[in-house]
Design a protein around this ligand. Structure first.
Ligand code: GDP
Ligand code: MG
Length: 162
């Protein structure tokens, strides 16, 4: 069985865009409309000799009812089957209360968490990262999934944790 990496975060932070880059597919549904990916979505990321499964998830909106409750349940399943959690946040939105809620949920799993600060294209990377330093995570890296920047660093950070 290949190890599993789950992409988790609020809707619209760029999880599906990142999934497509990591798996080199256009399968995941990418849209400007938040919350489009309701189900978990699987692909394989290959890096040299190594491979791992990437799970794209619908966003945890913090609204724990109706369809969002189903999405949240899917996210929790993805967390439970993963060895590493990639917590995707949006550098343009900055740190939102929902992010803290999601991080608390991720922390409860006890699994290694990498914070991927996405949409840093056109921003000062150090400024963008500084806002998320309060997470206190060892691994926090800048990313631009849409421009395929930082994804090699993300893979390099992930592989030793698998
Ligand atoms: P998801 O809901 O977390 O899966 O987010 P999506 O991957 O569907 O992306 C949401 C929106 O953010 C889309 O309009 C993407 O084109 C945009 N987006 C994703 N990654 C980046 C990025 O690195 N930079 C910028 N500027 N926009 C991005
Ligand atoms: Mg998505």
């Amino acid at each position: 069985m290949l190890p599993v990496v789950a992409l988790v975060g609020r809707p619209n932070v760029g999880k599906s865009t990142l999934f497509n880059v990591l798996t080199r597919s256009r399968d995941a549904l990418v849209a400007d409309m938040p919350g489009v990916t309701r189900d978990r979505h699987y692909g394989v990321c290959r890096s040299g000799e190594r491979s791992f499964v990437v799970v794209d998830t619908g966003g945890l909106s913090g609204v724990d009812e109706g369809i969002d409750a189903l999405t949240a349940q899917q996210v929790r399943l993805a967390i439970s089957e993963a060895q590493v959690l990639v917590f995707v946040v949006d550098a343009r939105d900055g740190l939102l209360p929902q992010d803290i809620g999601i991080l608390n949920e991720l922390r409860r799993s006890g699994k290694p968490i990498i914070a991927a600060v996405n949409k840093t294209d056109g921003l000062d990377e150090q400024n963008a990262l500084a806002e998320f330093a309060s997470f206190g995570l060892a691994a926090t890296l800048p990313l631009s999934a849409a421009h395929n920047r930082g994804t090699d660093d993300l893979i390099a950070l992930t592989l030793p944790l698998l």
